[in-house]
Design a protein around this ligand. Structure first.
Ligand SMILES: [Zn+2]
Length: 312
């Protein structure tokens, strides 16, 4: 993306960015699932990117240095003296010098500008870069840290005044209580049949997680952990938290997707949680249906799919 003359860099922005930037473009309904997934990841990682000033060739008005798109359309009036301003024009002795501007910048723009380190460097272009790594190189490890810096994780009671579990109020909410022993977590594990797995109820949290993740039920276990944690967050942060059935369906869906992806390279894997579609007898047609209803706006929808024994 930083080499605008490359063919693929010219093609992809033209197709996907429609005169916007990677940080600004919004997903469109017709976008592919991959494209939507990338933008979803972009939104989650947005706070990890910073604009790095180098030679300062970036236009104050017409380039996206703020992460909000170019600011020209948001400024009511630009003084004629400032029309050609670049960011390097506003830097004096490694500090922002806004006295040179004849145009008044809105507070939110000033706020964005202050986030940029005002030191210019020769022979390098201004660029958006990854903040948490000194080399500006994105790594999954940094992304993980960025995520967990911004999202409170409900493990332990460090961020609350009470040490008791917010769901059952009966115990201290240590890691093992949160992930396995709380009665809500147990409800989900019971759905998995996890309490019949070898050594599922023994060990401290570290050895429990290691041994179960490496067992033959490893994928189910890992997805179960993710589901338990997600459900607990959901109960705290959402106005209408999932029911047990909704949590279970979410876990099944995620699990089956993981298994489908892994199964492509590793042959068939016999660990589906969700039941697979079974074809009808030859000469018959099977009709699968589903429907939903929203009480808020009294909308309902239903759909169905008819297939023969060959799946046609
Ligand atoms: Zn509990």
């Amino acid at each position: 993306m930083h080499k605008p003359n490359k063919l693929w860099v010219r093609v992809l922005p033209h197709k996907y960015l429609s005169n916007s930037s990677v940080l600004q473009v919004q997903a469109k309904p017709q976008d592919s699932p991959v494209s939507k997934g990338l933008l979803n990841a972009r939104d989650r990682l947005h706070t990890g990117f910073v604009f790095r000033l180098s030679i300062g060739e970036t236009s104050l008005w017409h380039d996206d240095w703020s992460g909000m798109g170019n600011i020209a359309p948001t400024i009511p009036y630009v003084d004629i003296h400032d029309v050609e301003r670049k960011l390097c024009d506003l830097v004096v002795n490694n500090a922002w010098n806004l006295q040179v501007l004849y145009t008044r910048l809105p507070v939110n723009v000033l706020h964005r500008l202050q986030k940029i380190k005002p030191s210019t460097v020769p022979n390098r272009h201004d660029v958006w870069t990854w903040e948490t790594n000194t080399m500006g190189i994105y790594t999954v490890r940094d992304a993980y840290r960025t995520q967990f810096k911004s999202i409170p994780i409900v493990l332990g009671a460090r961020w609350r005044s009470s040490p008791s579990c917010p769901h059952c109020s009966a115990h201290e909410e240590d890691v093992l209580h949160c992930l396995r022993n709380c009665r809500h977590s147990q409800e989900l594990w019971l759905k998995f049949g996890a309490f019949t797995w070898p050594n599922f109820t023994v060990g401290d949290h570290s050895s429990w997680i290691r041994s179960q993740a490496r067992s033959s039920n490893g994928i189910k276990f890992i997805m179960g952990l993710w589901g338990v944690l997600k459900w607990r967050h959901n109960m705290i942060f959402e106005d209408s938290p999932w029911s047990l059935e909704e949590a279970w369906r979410w876990v099944c869906h995620e699990h089956d997707e993981i298994v489908a992806v892994l199964g492509e390279g590793a042959g068939s894997m016999d660990c589906w949680l969700g039941s697979r579609w079974q074809p009808p007898l030859a000469g018959s047609i099977k009709l699968n249906v589903d429907g939903s209803y929203q009480a808020v706006d009294e909308c309902s929808e239903a759909g169905g799919l008819a297939r023969d024994s060959q799946g046609n």
